[in-house]
Design a protein around this ligand. Structure first.
Ligand SMILES: Cc1cc2nc3c(=O)[nH]c(=O)nc-3n(C[C@H](O)[C@H](O)[C@H](O)COP(=O)(O)O)c2cc1C
Length: 179
């Protein structure tokens, strides 16, 4: 049986830039994770680390930075909604990733409330509405585990099939099916 180890960053033979660069070779989808603060204002940030975790019970997760102001603002509500962005929503990807614009990220963005109250962004490819099951601290990130309460996909995109936005090596692109 293999043994698990907990090496610290000091034991590694590579720097943070190399780590970031190699990880950038793993393509991801792009989501905006949204929630409502205790004062009723909507908050959200661009998240690529979204993953499905379990079918029974239905669990998903994502990893915000420990010092994320957006996560701090929405955490108290105990819920969040994952919005899978379409290839027509690259502007939202950058808008919700910019720092120091927390108060204006939703300006000009059409949304309606999911059952939890968290924002569903109009014209997203899919949305997944969750209650927070547990928050684990992992290095410089939290892992937020959510229990799915409601979800839907394939909203109308003017009769066209919705296409997802993809992120690879720091750039955005689209998906093309083979065959
Ligand atoms: C494509 C893409 C994916 C991202 N994925 C994550 C992620 O998984 N976790 C994270 O903490 N930040 C991620 N970010 C960065 C955050 O969106 C960015 O730091 C944002 O400003 C955080 O908001 P805050 O400062 O209000 O917490 C991503 C950015 C981009 C462009």
């Amino acid at each position: 049986m293999s043994e698990q180890t907990n090496e610290t960053a000091d034991d590694t033979a590579f720097d943070a830039n190399h780590f970031r660069s190699v990880m950038g070779h793993f393509p991801t989808g792009v989501t905006v994770v949204s929630g409502i603060a205790t004062d009723g204002t909507p908050h959200g940030f661009t998240i690529g680390s979204f993953t499905s975790v379990s079918l029974d019970p239905p669990l998903v997760g994502f990893l915000p930075q420990i010092d994320s102001g957006t996560w701090a603002a929405m955490a108290a509500s105990g819920s969040f909604c994952v919005n899978v962005l379409s290839d027509q929503q690259s502007d939202l990807c950058w808008k919700f990733a910019k720092s120091d614009n927390d108060a204006t990220r939703f300006d000009g963005v059409d949304w309606h409330a999911a059952p939890s109250g968290s924002p569903i962004l109009d014209r997203a490819v899919a949305w997944i509405d969750c209650s927070v099951e547990h928050v684990y601290d992992m290095g410089d990130h939290h892992f937020v585990l959510g229990r799915v309460g409601a979800l839907d996909a394939d909203a109308d995109h003017d009769g066209l099939p919705p296409e997802p936005l993809l992120f690879f090596k720091g750039a955005l692109g689209g998906f093309s099916a083979e065959g």
